[in-house]
Ligand binder design. Structure first.
Ligand code: PLV
Length: 325
């Protein structure tokens, strides 16, 4: 029998360390504890249930985590999975995908090129295409991260703001839809990216969707060159208000290390970008600038997770960033 859904109801934990630093209660939505290691399973699970039932196999282009979710779900559904990742994805991700039973193709320098190959395989092999961030079914699935928070704490814990990371903008679209569904449209979203993987920020600055020349950030799972159109539209709508902010790779890395020390949970740089909103003072700065209120209601940080990290990878990123200093 197929389960109702593939994702689990994740813990919402109070972070003492972050709360002390910020001066308001910080809640962590622990998507890092999802099967396959990230929030991606929410949207991809929903999408696969809708479209992959009679499929002869699925193909997903990914920086890593959408692929991990797809491979996991395909295994549960008894379908073969092909995951196309760019050469920028660390070897450990390829290994983890293979351990999940997927066929892995390493093609292109960045995700956008891997995606071209996935679309080609959809055409030539008749596989069901699983997009990593740009699809309404993904957003509908991701929205459950917000409705789940309301279901567990009740509508009275209205956050002062929600913090999340943005790659192609799928999580952002889902969270916007969840926020609308529960009537929290006055809750602002702080949308975090790293410098060099900043397609939403570049679009917001330009006033239109733009394509980055290259991905220069080490947060490879944020590395889509173009943000999805829907995410940009939401950023312009003002309801909920979306505040686009950047941190450096160094700040994201320090956030990953501090989170490991304080919360004893290991996440990748893509998630570190969201954690750095607190650890590097981005949220406090927004309060100082009057763009977020003081006092601020409880802050919810979506700990998106990610499998592209282990001790060796952490060392390698640290060394790479040290050399660039
Ligand atoms: N990662 C996508 C896109 O990569 C992928 O293929 O896995 N946090 C983590 C840990 C992620 O893996 C991602 C997306 C995000 C945040 C951002 O989510 P998005 O793409 O929906 O904005 C190129």
């Amino acid at each position: 029998m197929m389960a109702e859904h593939f994702h689990i109801n994740t813990p919402l934990l109070e972070s003492l360390g972050m709360s002390k630093r910020l001066g308001t209660t910080v809640y962590l939505k622990m998507e890092s504890s999802q099967p396959s290691g990230s929030f991606k399973i929410r949207g991809i699970g929903h999408l696969c249930q809708q479209v992959a039932g009679n499929s002869k196999g699925v193909v997903c282009s990914s920086g890593g985590n959408a692929g991990m979710a797809t491979a996991y779900i395909a295994r549960k559904m008894g379908l073969p999975a092909t995951i196309v990742v760019p050469t920028s994805s660390p070897v450990l991700v390829v290994q983890r995908l293979q351990d999940e039973g997927a066929t892995v193709k390493v093609i292109g320098k960045v995700w956008d090129e891997a995606n071209t190959e996935a679309l080609r395989l959809m055409e030539t092999e008749g596989l069901t295409y699983v997009p990593p961030f740009d699809h309404p079914l993904l957003w509908a699935g991701h929205a459950s991260v917000i409705t789940e928070i309301v279901a567990s704490v009740g509508p009275n814990l209205k956050p002062g703001a929600v913090v999340l990371s943005v790659g192609g903008g799928g999580l952002l679209c889902g969270v916007v839809q969840g926020i609308k569904a529960v009537g929290w449209t006055d809750v602002p979203i702080v949308a975090m990216e790293t410098v060099g993987a900043d397609c939403l920020n570049a679009a917001v600055k330009a006033g239109r969707v733009v394509t980055l020349d290259d991905i220069t950030s080490e947060a490879k799972c944020l590395g889509a060159k173009t943000v999805c159109k829907k995410a940009f539209e939401y950023s312009q709508s003002g309801e909920p208000r979306i505040i686009s902010e950047l941190v450096t790779d160094q700040q994201a890395l320090h956030a990953v290390e501090r989170f490991l020390d304080e919360e004893r949970v290991f996440v990748e740089l893509a998630c570190g970008a969201a954690l750095a909103a607190v650890y590097s003072g981005v949220v406090s700065q927004l309060q100082e600038e009057g763009r977020l209120p003081t006092p601020l209601g409880p802050l919810v940080v979506i700990v998106c997770g990610g499998s592209s990290i282990n001790m060796k990878q952490l060392d390698s990123i640290r060394n790479k960033l040290l050399k660039m200093d």
